[in-house]
Design a protein around this ligand. Structure first.
Ligand code: 5GP
Ligand code: ZN
Length: 114
């Protein structure tokens, strides 16, 4: 999608620090990390909005995001635990309207979810 930041990262028009890539998924370091490990895992396909844009046509890519998350958690040695977050819409402070999952770890996180 023309004006989407993450589509530009997928296309290589904006550089990123990639940690995983295959034909349908890209994972890269967040530019403003909120934890020692903060990776964004995204379907390369532009799934608009966020979780609200998931349907039967793209559910396979979403499932694959989670296999990549599990793989990265092992590779990055997050054996003590990690958190996966996806924001959806204004009230969640979502800033990029292309479905993405934040993989956060490397520290003991707050017990508060919000
Ligand atoms: P959201 O707020 O939509 O859930 O998450 C968007 C994330 O994208 C934020 O954590 C933000 O730091 C990250 N981000 C914004 N611009 C860039 C960028 O140009 N490169 C990378 N790697 N991350 C970005
Ligand atoms: Zn996009």
């Amino acid at each position: 999608m023309a004006d989407c930041l993450f589509c530009k990262i997928v296309a290589g028009e904006i550089p990123s620090r990639k940690v995983y890539e295959d034909e349908s998924i890209l994972a890269f370091h967040d530019i403003n990390p909120q934890a020692p490990v903060h990776i964004l895992v995204i379907p390369k396909e532009h799934i608009a909005d966020g979780a609200a844009g998931i349907d039967e046509t793209n559910a396979a890519a979403v499932g694959k995001c989670f296999t990549v998350i599990a793989r990265l958690a092992k590779e990055l040695d997050l054996k003590d635990g990690f958190r996966v977050v996806t924001n959806n819409g204004f009230a969640s402070c979502q800033s990029v309207p292309h479905l993405h999952f934040h993989l956060l770890g490397g520290k003991v996180m707050s017990g508060q979810m919000v």
